[in-house]
Each structure stands twice: as C-alpha cells, then as structure tokens.
Design a protein around this ligand. Structure first.
Ligand code: BES
Ligand code: MN
Ligand code: ZN
Length: 498
C-alpha cells in the first residue's frame, strides 16, 4: 500500500477513482473538488431521488480530462463522530473498492469536508480502517489472490494536513505491515505453526536491530523454566523460548518488558477441551505474535527506548509424557505450583516468562495473552480485559485504547480471591477453588505472584484476538488486537522524548 497527500483539486486526480465524502446540506465543494465535479455532485445530491441515509456509499461515472472516471460519494455523519465511525467507513470503502477492482483512488480529506484545521484524527482513523480491511489470508488457497487496492492519495487544501500525513504515513504502513504478519501467524494452521516453526520464523524475520535469542528444550530445562517444559511435554513438537531485545537507547538503563503467550495449539491437555472449544485454539499464540510485532515495530520506527520481549512457545496436547492434573512443578521463581487443570496452561508458561522479565528491573512489565474463556463471558469478544497493580497505568492504557479503537475494560485484582489459588500441597494451584467463576480474575492473581511487584499490566485478549464473526473493522479470524494498543502505549509513555 502506498499513501500520499497532495494539495490539489479532485478534478486533477490521476487515480482509478475519486472518493468524495459528503453529508446532508454540505456547502459547495468547488474549492477542493473543482468546478466540473462540484456541478455534477450538486445536481445529484439535490435530485429528488437522492437519499443521504440510504447507505454509506454510492457511485457514478463522469468524463474528466477525456477519461471515464468513477466517483464514489461517501456518506459521513454530519457532526464529527468518534474514531471508530471513521475506521468503519474506511473499512467499508476498502471492501467496496476491492470488490470493484479499483487499484488506486484519490480521497478528498475528511478534514476539508469538516473544515477542521487542527485535529487530523479523521484521516488517521479512516486510513486505519482502509488498512485493516485490506488484509486477507490466502497462503493456503490454491486460487491466485485477488487484485489489490494499493495506492491512496489524500487530496487537501491544507498544507499542514499534507505535512502531517507525509510525516506519519511511514509509521502507519510499518504498523500494518506487522499487524498483517501477526495475523498471518495466528491464522496459520497448527499443523504448520508449531513452536519450532514460530521460532524459526522469528529468527528469519526480525528487524536487524533486534537481538534474537532462541532456547530449545534443553536450554529451557537447564535455565529452570520448568513450567514451560511441563506444559510442552505432551507434544512431539517440543517447546521453544524466545527472547527479543531492542536497545534503542544504549546509554539508558531503563527498560520495558513484554511477555506474550505462545500456545501454538491448546487442546486442553489431559483436561481435554470439548470439541467446539478447540476450533479456534490455533489462535492461542496471539499474544506471542503481538509481542513479536510490537518489538519489530519499535525497532523499525527506531523508538528511543529499551524493550525486552519473552515469548514461551508450547503445544498443549495430550501425549504419553504430558503433565497430569495433580503434578507439582517448581517454577522458575522457585514457587511450587500444583497443576489442577492442564487446560489452565497459559498462566503456567507466563509465570516463568514474567519472572524472567523481572530480571532487568523493568519500568513496566506488560503481558498479552489469550488467557481465559471467562474474559469472553464477562466482556464479549469486542473488548479485552486488563489488570494492573498500579492505578495510574489503568488510566493511561484506557486513554490509548480509546485513541486507537481497541477496546479494553479493567477488572479488579480482587484480594478476596487471592487465597483461592493457594494450594494445599504446593505454594500455588493453577485453578481457583471457585472453579470457573471469576476465572479471569483468578488467572490474573496467579500471574501477579510472579511479577515481584514491578509495575505490571496484564491484557487478556481471549475475546478480541480471534473472531469467528465478522467485525466491521477487524474482519474475521485473527485481528492483530493489542499490537497498535501496546505499541502506542509504550511509545507514548516510555520512549524518551527526543
Ligand atoms: N486458551 C484458553 C483460553 C481461551 C478460551 C482463549 C477461549 C480464547 C478463547 C486457556 O488456556 C484456557 O483453556 N483457560 C481455561 C482456564 C480454566 C481451565 C481454569 C478456561 O478459560 O476455561
Ligand atoms: Mn487452556
Ligand atoms: Zn490456552
């Protein structure tokens, strides 16, 4: 995809199509569209048959500069609305243009339509919607890929908007490059994407500014990551552990840690999941894919910051050597854990990774994981649950969430449940004595045992990481949820101000 911005009239567009946002009683657009287009436009929208609220898009043809040009009218809300509205419109437009086999288009800037001179969030959100919608996963289809929309030109009268788009488009494109890669990883079937495959992929596809360390099973055991080893034990596809480091500020000791859950398939293990619950369990490495994406994005954008990522990779499956309910395992931190449910495997591998993350004394540890079905019961799949052991972090994350359009809702680290994960036979147990009720909270309380009271955010993306229905912006299947959210969060609050 190519994004450009020019100060010119829509009339002078050389792209396949022109998109003009409108709303009811919109004043003349002659200053941005040009006389010929504006005349035609006024004729159409003042016609008795024209309805503004029928649908978001309609189109017509015009002869411009001796060529037939397709013009799309995009129905905007008259009053400026939230970013989600523009992301949805952008996605809808991209779907329509793709279906119409349009390869390039000029878009009259929403800021020109709204006469907005300062806040350029409209164009940002709209383009994000376009970029989300252009993703498709066809690596396993034998038919060749459909033709792609690959060129958008924003048309504006404002030099400052042009400067803004020119300054930011590379970051948008990098962001979506890694959002797409993460979505590809998550969508890749589990017979292909196992721990070794993921690790090999990362080794071969990382920004050269990242330091990549990959541990195999032997290293994992030697290091004492015995919870990771235990979860990985049921499968012929042996576990891996990836550490990625990005040192963007070598003279600065401050650093941020990210941990991503990498279960390449979660059958539940001996506590086997019911059939329907297994359908989407190839996506149980969405947190790992997000961590990989965030690290590469930080490196690609050369953020002035130091970040370490810890990615445990296992397949949780039944096997002769698989862990059993009742097993007691010594974690990397030294705390012992009784495994009462082999399907609560995510918190086990995260426990070791989180404890390892404390070793660099980070300013913050952030983990991202498809951790509990209970998060979906609580919040549905449009919204991730999050927890933090610091109040100020909750507010900061919620603010970025609203800005990027990835919804989160805070749940409490409720002390009354803290003793529900204490075991009779070991220090901790991996299932709450309350069973499934409050399951997202007890999982978070379990993780808290391993962060040594460092500032910490836990993001449970079990719902939004992978969608079986179609979301108007994120589409269906892997969404890449959390990448933009955490990248912007880290960039905003932890990167040094240059
Ligand atoms: N990977 C699942 C959580 C999940 C469920 C993610 C649905 C996405 C969609 C996790 O490993 C799991 O199985 N959790 C159990 C925990 C329980 C056994 C304490 C759950 O949520 O049921
Ligand atoms: Mn599980
Ligand atoms: Zn899982």
């Amino acid at each position: 995809m190519k994004i450009s911005c020019h100060k010119k009239l829509a009339l002078d567009s050389r792209k396949d199509a022109i998109v003009i946002p409108i709303y009811k009683n919109i004043p003349s657009l002659v200053g941005i569209a040009g006389r010929e287009i504006d005349d035609e436009l006024q004729k159409i929208i003042s016609a008795a048959y024209f309805r503004f609220d029928d649908k978001e898009l309609c189109s017509f043809y015009m002869e411009l500069n001796k060529k037939l040009k397709k013009i799309y009218l995009l129905n905007l809300p008259k009053e400026p609305a939230s970013g989600d509205v523009y992301r949805e419109l952008g996605a809808k437009l991209a779907h329509t243009l793709s279906a119409d086999k349009i390869g390039s288009f000029s878009l009259v800037a929403l800021e020109d339509i709204y006469n907005e001179k300062k806040d350029y969030g409209y164009s940002t959100s709209f383009l994000e919607g376009v970029l989300f919608a252009l993703y498709s996963f066809d690596s396993f289809k034998t038919k060749p890929q459909a033709q792609r929309l690959e060129d958008v030109e924003i048309i504006t009268t404002q030099a400052k908007l042009k400067a803004y788009i020119d300054a930011n488009s590379a970051e948008w494109l990098d962001t979506f490059k890694y959002v797409y890669t993460a979505r590809d990883l998550v969508n890749t079937p589990p017979n292909v994407l196992n721990p070794a495959y993921f690790a090999d992929f990362v080794a071969a596809n990382c920004d050269p500014k990242l330091k990549v360390t990959i541990w195999n099973e032997e290293d994992i055991n030697k290091e004492g990551l015995l919870l990771v080893a235990a979860v990985g034990n049921g499968s012929h596809n042996r576990p891996r552990f990836i550490k990625l480091s990005y040192i963007g500020e070598p003279k600065e000791p401050k650093n941020v840690a990210i941990v991503g859950k990498g279960v390449t398939f979660d059958s539940g293990g001996s506590n086997l999941k019911p059939s329907a619950s297994m359908d989407t369990m190839k996506a149980d490495m969405s947190g790992a894919a997000a961590a990989y994406a965030i690290m590469n994005l930080a490196a690609a954008r050369e953020l002035p910051i130091n970040i370490h990522a810890y990615i445990p990779l296992v397949e949780n499956i039944i096997g002769g050597n698989a862990m059993r309910p009742g097993d007691i395992i010594k974690s990397y931190s030294g705390k012992t854990v009784e495994v009462l449910n082999t399907d609560a495997e995510g918190r086990l591998i995260l426990a070791d990774a989180l404890y390892m993350a404390t070793k660099t004394s980070p300013e913050i540890i952030i983990d991202i994981a498809t951790l509990t079905g209970a998060a979906i019961i609580a919040l549905g799949d449009d919204c991730a649950a999050f927890f933090s052991n610091r109040k100020f972090l909750s507010k900061q994350l919620a603010d970025i969430s609203a800005k990027v359009g990835e919804a989160v809702w805070e749940l409490p680290l409720f002390e009354a449940y803290a003793d529900k994960i204490k075991s009779k036979n070991a220090d901790l147990q991996n299932r709450s004595t309350l069973g499934r009720s409050g399951g997202t909270i007890s999982a978070a309380l379990f993780l808290r045992e391993f962060v040594e009271n460092y500032p910490w955010i836990h993001l449970d993306i079990a719902g939004p990481a992978y969608l079986e229905r179609k979301h108007p912006v994120f589409g269906s299947n892997a969404t890449g949820f959390g990448i933009r959210l955490l990248y912007q969060f880290i960039k905003t609050h932890y990167a040094s101000k240059a």
